[in-house]
Design a protein around this ligand. Structure first.
Ligand code: HEM
Length: 207
């Protein structure tokens, strides 16, 4: 019982974050992907990444409001898994789509400008991920705390990337953009102090 209370959230969050990958692998294994499986993998890994980035972003304000410790864990793990899905997203493009032909990839980027927004988001997330790993190893490097703020432009760029690559129905990318904008808005100092007064945790305790 004590074990469950201590590790239950950790197990549940990990399982939930890995499930979409398992689902994708099973679909690929059973031949349930479309006639263009590489694009399927591209779209699904991209979607899982932006969902987890949004969940991670929501973790902090929800923690301020509700005060559950597992929300901090959710923020961290969702962020790490989001980065993992982005790596799969990029690897799928570079490896399965372009067979490591970087010249073709470069030419494609010149045509599909939305990839530039995606790449910028990826580059911004890289140091955040590395800093997060260093903090986990209890070796936080002095002056690294500010790196976490790179998540904000990264998530916005990911939303722009999502909008720009969508050809027909813009509802889903716009919905994500609206939620992400709201989650960034609540971090403004005057909103934070309002949440601080009405929430269960003092904002100063957290980022
Ligand atoms: C934080 C980083 C990124 C996130 C969150 C992200 C997310 C997404 C999402 C949500 C989609 C649309 C999925 C759908 O239509 O259902 C997408 C599509 C796509 N992404 Fe990314 N992406 C990121 C970075 C990148 C990078 C770095 C590249 C290339 C190097 C890239 C290449 C693509 C391509 C080519 C598509 C379109 C696939 C198609 O033709 O349908 N993305 N991405």
């Amino acid at each position: 019982m004590t074990w469950l209370r201590r590790h239950g959230a950790f197990v549940v969050i990990n399982v939930l974050a890995v499930l979409p990958l398992l689902w994708l692998v099973v679909d690929a294994w059973l031949g349930r992907l479309s006639a263009d499986p590489v694009t399927d993998v591209q779209d699904r890994t991209g979607l899982y990444a932006i969902i987890l980035l949004t969940v991670s972003l929501a973790g902090t304000p929800l923690y301020w409001l509700l005060g559950f410790d597992w929300l901090r864990l959710l923020r961290r793990l969702a962020g790490l898994y989001a980065f993992g899905y982005v790596v799969l997203h990029v690897a799928n493009l570079v490896w399965l789509d372009f067979g490591f032909n970087l010249t073709f990839l470069y030419e494609d980027i010149l045509v599909k400008r939305y990839i530039i927004a995606g790449l910028a988001a990826f580059i911004l997330l890289l140091p955040v991920f590395l800093a997060s790993l260093a903090i986990r190893q209890a070796r936080p490097v002095r002056g690294w705390r500010w790196l976490r703020y790179l998540v904000y432009p990264a998530v916005l760029l990911a939303a722009v990337h999502f909008i720009l690559q969508t050809r027909l129905d813009l509802r889903l990318p716009l919905a994500f953009t609206a939620v992400i904008a709201l989650l960034l808005f609540v971090r403004l100092p005057f909103i934070r102090s309002f949440i601080d007064r009405s929430g269960k945790r003092r904002v100063e305790l957290d980022q």
